[in-house]
Each structure stands twice: as C-alpha cells, then as structure tokens.
Write a protein that binds this ligand. Sequence first.
Ligand code: 4AD
Ligand code: MG
Length: 439
Amino acid sequence: PKAKPFKIIKSYNAIDERVKISGWVHRLRNKKSLCFLVLRDGTGYLQCVLTGDCAKASANLTLESTVSLYGTIKKLPEGKSAPGGVELSVDYFTLIGLAPSGDESFTNKVQENADPSLLLDQRHLMLRGETLSAVMKVRASLLRSVRRFYDEEGITEVTPPCMVQTQVEGGSTLFKLDYYGEESFLTQSSQLYLETCLPSLGDVYAIQESFRAEKSHTRRHLSEYTHIEAELCFLTFDELLSHIEKLIVTAIHYVLEDPVAGPLIKQLNPDFKAPKSPFMRLEYKDAIKWLQEHGIKNEENEEFKFGDDIAEAAERKMTDTIGVPILLIKFPVEIKSFYMKKCIDDPRVTESVDVLMPTVGEITGGSMRIDDEEELMAGFKREGINPEPYYWFTDQRKYGTAPHGGYGIGTERILAWLCQRYTVRDCSLYPRFSGRCKP
Ligand code: 4AD
Ligand code: MG
C-alpha cells in the first residue's frame, strides 16, 4: 500500500493516513512481541508501536539509529498522552543506520552526571537532547521575531565585517588576528560600521557574531556570541529607550505566540512572565544609593560609591531583588566607552543604558553617540586610543553629522533569561570560552 512521506509535526494531523516517517530512535522499549519507540526528526517527537514481525525485526535496534517507519497515524483517546496526541502503528520499517551498542552506545557517551567538560566534548551528541534542542528552537524563533520587528519598523539589515582593525569596547578583550601580516582583530561589536550606514540606508541593524577575549569564567560571558545591534538617527535618548523597550516586548510577544517556540518556553520556563512596557527606569546614581542601602559591597568589598563599576554579582543581586526588567541609565563617563554622549544637564554622566533582566542581569548595552567631531577626539584621547585608524568613523561627524544612538543585545543572554538557563553556554550551539574551542 502507498505511504506518503511526512515530517513528524505535520503527521499529527494525518489521522488514519498511511505515512512514511524517517528519523532517529529517541527512546526505545523493546519487549519480545512489542516494541515502543519515540522517533525524532527535528520537527517533533512521535510515539510508535511495532507489533508481530516488525517487533521481532526490531530486536537489535539501538538508540539514535536512523529508520524509516511505515504505518498508520492513530489518534489517541483522551487521557493517553503522547506528542501531538497521536501514535504511529507501524507495519513495516527499514533500518538506515544502526548506532553502536555497548561501550560506544549513545547513552554511555552522554551520561547524565558526567563532568560538564566531558559533555562539552560530546556537544554534537548532546544537541540531540530534548532541552538543548528546545533552546535552539526558541533561539531560531527569537532571531526570526527580532527580524520581523525590524522589518515592521522599516529598519534595514546589513552585514558588517568580522575582521577589523579598530576596537569598540576596550583593548583588553580584543582577539588579535594575523591578517596577511597586518595586525587585525575579530570584531567586538558592529556598532561603528552601523553608524556609517545611517546616511545611506537610514536606521540599520545587524545580527552578527562578536568576539571577546574574556579570560574569566562566568555564567554569562562567551568568547564568541551572536550580537543583535541597531543604530538609529535623528532621535532623542528617551526615544532610544522606548525603542529598546518596544523591541524586547514585541519580539518576546512574537516568540510566545509562535506555535513551536511558545509551548517550548512553557516547558523550559513555566513561570515566565512576558515583560510589559514601560520598564522601570533607574538612574545609575540611584542604583548606587540602592546598593548602599541594601548593604551590597563593591569589588573591593567596600561600600559602593559614585563612579564604581557595578560588576556582575552586585548587578544580579540588585536585579533579582527588584525582580522586574530595569533600564539602568546615565552611567558616569569614566566607566563607559569613548563614544558615549554626555548628558547636557550633568556632564559627569552619559546618555547610556543597560537593560537588566532578573536571573541574568545585563542583556543589552546602548547609548546616544557623540556626534561632535572635537568631542569625539577628546574621547579617544581620554581612552588613549589613536584616532587615525578610525578616520572612516570620525568622518561621519564631518560629512553631515546627526544625533544618533544604538544598542547591542547578547542573543545568548536574552535566551538565558527567556529559557531559564543557568549559563549562556546552554544557549549557544557550540559555546566558545577560554579553554574551549572544540568541537
Ligand atoms: O555592553 P556591550 O559591550 O556593548 C557594545 O558592544 C556596544 N558597542 C553595543 C552597541 O551599542 N551597538 O555588549 C552589548 C551586549 C551586552 O549587553 C551583552 O548582552 C552582550 O552584548 N555581551 C556578551 N554576551 C556574551 N558574552 C560576552 N562576552 C558578552 N559581552 C557582551
Ligand atoms: Mg555592557
């Protein structure tokens, strides 16, 4: 009899049809005359039952083997749960690739309680697990949603280079690169390139890998991460803040209503509450006060004072205690990047923002940019950076300057918050951090 090839997710609606479904054996329970298996094909999971000769022929089947199953999709009665509420009653199957048993078996390679670094060696196999693959599906949905938002806002996507000769976020985290004998770096941020696109393309964004040689091991630092960045012109600081808020609220809304990602978030993060605007706005100086009042100490284990960097631990304590998304604004000049615009009413601080989310802390950093050439030169000087290699960036201030601002979002950070993962490493396909560049 004829069988139509189906992907699992589509087969959920093919009740009583004879289908052919190919995939990997995800779970297996083999008795003499009965075999239950769960098949996985990347679109979903399918409960399958093999009886009679089919069950006998499946005696040597192993986890992660590939098979094509033929049979009829049956709707399960209420109360019996299986993915999609269906079961495949198998009447014929072919084996495509038999996975090893014994020492080399899949289960042996990915022992639940194995050393995390051994598990990372087996990342290619770990990706087949339900949790990690769910996070990767949510990730795809998030990037799709972000692009949809930008598209609806009329913001143009560009692809800046990854190999560069300038820094954006400080020399200490630059990855050096031998570029045909010239000193070059892997990009830390596409910001400067995005700024140069404003006069030709208007508001722009990029979703591009950024690289940081972060030596310390933390829950939220990777050496390579996917950076969502945008640059907007002719706007005020307040408009920039509203835009960032709208992006986060809208993109998360799209992900939650996505038929694939929405239910996965419910599994991964059952208590997740969609953020609503307006977010709380907290000035840096008031955050310092808050930290003092709550007895949280700075990096030197002293009371926080104006001018201190609010490092990861203190920032997370504050964010978790407050318990809602925060726009932390107006950081002092000294602890922020050379390109940030000063506030007119208080030149000690900048028109800058970090978005902080409970459990993760900073997921976004942004600011208005210095649009005056002389002031920018002073910024370079303060940071001890030679402005010459930046001529293409400073020219921006010469040939028709404009007020503008932008921001960068760490994809893995926003995912860690959304999917409730302990570390950003769980939100990256093949995480890179110091000591790990494989597989
Ligand atoms: O705060 P950052 O360093 O800001 C910039 O790079 C700006 N030039 C962006 C811009 O305005 N266009 O980085 C922005 C975001 C952070 O808020 C964080 O979410 C993420 O990028 N990020 C990292 N994520 C993972 N691993 C790292 N080592 C990260 N460093 C920054
Ligand atoms: Mg930052």
